[in-house]
Design a protein around this ligand. Structure first.
Ligand SMILES: O=C(O)/C=C/C(=O)CC(=O)CC(=O)O
Ligand SMILES: [Ca+2]
Ligand SMILES: [Mg+2]
Length: 388
């Protein structure tokens, strides 16, 4: 296959030299050779080939079918590789994005999903628990989360088969079994752990950057009818474990330096391990956009999240739990204060539906402000619903 050299990127391309996300790709002439690529404009740089040509010390780390060895190498290596990649951008070894296949970029170790948007938690609380306080008493004191199913995390573009399960609406006399009738999306932002931490060594807020490699887009597909019947008292289970989609591109955390922003004002004093009042701004200004069948339905603002990714990591490890390379955690549904900023159909339709139909295609995109007015693109996470 010919290798192209991309011409100058169009003005404002969100995949310029300030972005440079990593993914894993194959080409039609070498379908059995997945390797690490870097997105640049509408092209993918074959980082493995460029590294080999330049005699880079990181050639082996980049000629891999998953990002995990690079993730495990730690922050000094992440920074050195990113600097070297920048020097390869005017060389050969590019493939048009339209000619490659993108794969799940990392082997997921453990997967955790949080519940960190005050707007989402309030809206869902009102719909699911109309006779109780919308926010539970613990909500402002710790980032609530649940353990998801790492083995069902799939890459963007993977079809999502409508799940089967038990449903029982409050008015039904007994549960029934069948295909989910309330299939929903959740627009989220994900964080990929690189550097591990041994057991009993909690990660303080200030060490977030040492451990988290990068950021991606997430769709936490949710079967609301299954979820509402099964979740008491232990939380989400089969209603969310059938599939969770992630974008094919993992953008290094350093690309979001100009997008750092202060999280919302904390209304309750926090225990010291979560107190970020003196820390660097923990929020990130990422603007999400969700479309169904080509029509934009909502624009959730990640900057509005109450709990930050650094607080989530600190909380996840404060009990002594270890951290592994490839651990993956999602922010929780991103919902802003506006009705056109909510991150799922449950909120958008106030619990009444309609939900996803077979054949619907969902696309979540996102970007953040970069240096000098540039944009940092997060790509997209897509999925089409297939009848079960
Ligand atoms: O309030 C509930 O019972 C559950 C709400 C969710 O579906 C939460 C979830 O997956 C976490 C999130 O994405 O914010
Ligand atoms: Ca979720
Ligand atoms: Mg899920």
């Amino acid at each position: 296959m010919p290798e192209h050299i991309p011409s100058e990127l169009p003005e404002g391309d969100p995949f310029g030299a300030d972005t440079l996300p990593y993914g894993v790709f194959t080409t039609p002439d070498a379908p059995d050779h997945p390797r690490i690529g870097v997105r640049y404009g509408a092209h993918v740089l074959d980082a493995a080939a460029a590294a080999a040509e330049h005699g880079s010390a990181y050639a082996d780390l980049l000629d891999q079918p998953v990002l995990n060895p690079l993730l495990a190498a730690g922050r000094p290596v992440w920074q050195a590789v990113r600097a070297e990649v920048r020097t390869w951008l005017d060389g050969p070894h590019f493939h048009p994005l339209s000619e490659v296949t993108l794969h799940l970029p990392f082997e997921v170790a453990d997967y955790v999903d949080f519940y960190a948007s005050e707007h989402h938690a309030t809206n869902v609380g009102r719909i699911f628990r109309p006779n109780a306080e919308a926010l539970t008493p613990n909500w402002k004191h710790l980032p609530i989360g649940y353990h998801g199913r790492a083995g069902t995390v799939v890459v963007s573009g993977t079809d999502v088969v409508r799940p089967l399960g038990q449903r029982k609406a409050p008015a039904d006399e007994r549960p029934s079994f069948g295909p989910c009738a309330k299939l929903d999306i959740e627009a989220e932002v994900g964080f990929v752990v690189g550097t591990p931490a041994p057991a009993n060594t909690p990660v303080p807020l200030g060490d977030f950057r040492e451990h988290v490699f990068g950021v991606c887009l997430v769709n936490d597909w949710s079967a609301r009818d299954i979820q509402q019947w099964e979740y008491v008292p232990l939380g989400p289970f089969l209603g969310k474990s059938f599939a969770t989609s992630v974008s094919a591109w993992i953008t290094p955390l350093d690309a979001f330096d100009t997008a750092r922003t202060a999280p919302p004002e904390r209304t309750h004093p926090l225990l010291p391990y979560l107190d970020d009042s003196a820390a660097e701004p923990g929020g990130i200004d990422i603007r999400l956009e969700v479309s169904i069948n080509g029509e934009v339905i909502t624009r959730p603002p990640f900057a509005s999240m109450y709990w930050t990714a650094a607080q989530q990591l600190a909380h996840m490890t404060i009990n002594g739990a270890s951290l592994r390379t490839g651990d993956f955690y999602a922010s929780g549904t991103v919902s802003g204060p506006g009705e056109d900023q909510v991150g799922c159909l449950l909120e958008l339709t106030k619990g009444k539906g309609p939900y996803l139909a077979d054949g619907d295609e969902v696309v979540i995109t996102g970007w953040a402000p970069g240096p000098n007015g540039s944009r940092i693109g997060l790509g997209e996470v897509t999925g089409r619903i297939i009848a079960g």
